[in-house]
Design a protein around this ligand. Structure first.
Ligand code: AMP
Ligand code: MG
Length: 492
């Protein structure tokens, strides 16, 4: 394990031409201090976790005491926001410190969120508030614990910096750690400016640094699109299966790595509500929970459009090649989602009626507003004939009882014992998710009392959300009445 000084920096993105980024010194925060440090993320970097206790750790982490390897830049990108093209967005409040190469050969981009204004701030302050930083910090760890691809966060830094939103709030920073900051919107930026040479440069850079195996393919650019379509479909399966709503699926918030990025007004389902809208600024429900796979396809179409000049000499052939790839998305998503849901129900063999079985269960949950996570967790202990643990989540149990009869018949066609099925299911149906009220409790303690014990507890439990943690079972409770008043918007 290494000291901070021993980290090897190789800032490949900073070496791209100037149009790709702009240089900025991160601006520290008043009375900045370490709130939390994630040892698991330090491990990814091969960084000794004890480095977090150094007197100068916070200064180094916030870039106010730079390491020799830092080359701080903000990156430029465009994006479709709520369906509308914005020609230039970019990192308005995020600054990449540099890229770490590990001995294992992995490349990790270190990016500070909330480090002050950049060329892309568009008049905003370049800051992030404590509230949203805590949410992103916790959720990156929660998603990783759930086995879902995500950006990571090495540390959470608090301060007495005053930041103006609807009210004044304390400023904060997190240090993101991810393979790269390349978004669908990165490709759109060069495409809509008709800078096709730069578009090619970005694609070649992406292939060389992040998808080297694809370079040998006949048409590596098309192969790249295919890979992103596949990983995005897989990510949507994970989101839908765990009940995660992102909230702002603009193309600038979509990673070409098929991982979850840019945590803003996200939310996990409590009651199963397919039309759940977690973002209070999303009045039309464009990013409602059940819209996510379709929106992913829209976003992939935007990416494909931006990549067209790369595929072939003629626009017609390029468009045909891209369309053929996009066409497969919906069917692939549905196939993988069914497979995932069957596994969550402990079904190993495939049966014709499984799709209907899954739909009927989801309809029964939606009808009775049953808690999604708790119902599936209870099913992971279910023995045919014993419905007590499950029906407690249904005010009128008629629908679920009818479904359980079907489930009993279906289980009879499986060969696993109840015990083995339970083991499989408990590893796929989490007990703990980052419910809004749980994050809110941690935020209030941090904001009002500078008490970070709840953040620490959540970080420990959410890292292993499939384990029982009986001493923390209060975190499985359904949302209290006050939680319905929590309003999560884009303002952060
Ligand atoms: P988001 O909705 O958080 O993905 O942000 C959309 C765009 O607005 C990105 O280009 C952000 O960098 C930028 N942005 C959001 N909040 C701020 C802020 N406080 N200061 C500067 N830029 C911001
Ligand atoms: Mg964003």
């Amino acid at each position: 394990m290494k000291t901070l000084e021993q980290l090897t920096f190789d800032n490949s993105y900073a070496r791209l031409p100037e149009i790709f980024h702009s240089s900025h010194q991160p601006r520290g925060l008043k009375d900045q201090h370490l709130i939390h440090f994630n040892n698991d993320v330090a491990n990814l970097l091969e960084l000794d976790a004890n480095e977090s206790s150094r007197d100068d750790f916070v200064d180094i982490a916030t870039g106010t005491k730079p390491l020799p390897g830092y080359e701080p830049i903000a990156m430029c990108y465009a994006g479709h926001q709520f369906g509308h093209l914005v020609h230039r967005l970019g990192d308005g409040r995020a600054i990449q410190l540099g890229e770490v190469l590990t001995d294992e050969g992995k490349r990790w981009d270190l990016q500070l969120k909330g480090a002050g204004q950049t060329l892309y701030s568009r008049g905003a302050d370049g800051r992030a508030v404590l509230r949203s930083s805590v949410r992103e910090y916790l959720c990156s760890a929660a998603m990783h614990g759930l086995g879902i691809g995500t950006s990571h966060a090495l540390c959470l830094i608090g301060s007495n910096e005053v930041v103006y939103r609807e009210k004044t709030e304390p400023g904060a920073m997190i240090m993101r750690v991810w393979p790269s900051n390349i978004r669908f919107g990165s490709f759109e930026y060069y495409y809509y400016q008709q800078r096709f040479d730069d578009l090619k440069l970005l694609a070649d850079y992406t292939l060389e640094n992040h998808f080297p195996d694809l370079q040998e393919a006949g048409n590596p650019y098309l192969e790249l699109l295919k890979t992103v379509i596949k990983s995005t479909a897989e990510l949507m399966v994970e989101w839908q299966a765990v009940g995660f709503a992102h909230g702002v699926m603009n193309t600038d918030n979509m990673s070409i790595h098929g991982i979850t990025i840019d945590y803003g007004p996200f939310g996990f389902l409590d009651a199963y509500d397919p039309g759940f809208i977690c973002n209070h600024s999303d009045h039309s429900g464009r990013y409602a929970f059940n819209m996510q796979p379709q929106i992913a396809l829209f976003n992939l179409s935007c990416l494909a459009q931006a990549m067209l000049p790369l595929f072939d000499e003629t626009p017609e052939t390029s468009a045909e090649l891209a369309s053929a790839e996009l066409k497969g998305f919906q069917a692939e998503f549905e196939r993988l989602f069914l497979k995932k849901m069957c596994a969550k129900l402990g079904l190993q063999v495939h049966h014709e009626q499984d799709q209907q079985l899954v739909n009927t269960l989801l309809n029964a949950m939606a009808d009775q507003k049953a808690d999604y996570t708790l119902t599936l967790r209870a099913l992971s202990h279910y023995k045919p004939g014993n419905s007590n643990e499950i029906i407690q989540y249904f005010s009128d149990p008629q629908g679920i009882l009818a479904w359980l009869e079907l489930y009993d018949l279906r289980l009879a066609k499986e060969s696993l014992s109840d015990k083995d099925r339970h083991t499989n299911m408990l590893a796929l149906n989490p007990k703990y998710i980052l419910r809004n009220y749980i994050a809110e409790n941690a935020i209030r303690k941090a904001e009002d009392e500078h008490d970070y014990a709840e953040i620490d507890r959540l970080m420990r439990v959410l890292a292993t959300p499939f384990d029982e943690h009986p001493e923390h079972s209060d975190l499985t409770e359904k949302p209290p009445a006050w939680a319905s008043g929590i309003s999560i918007s884009c303002s952060s």
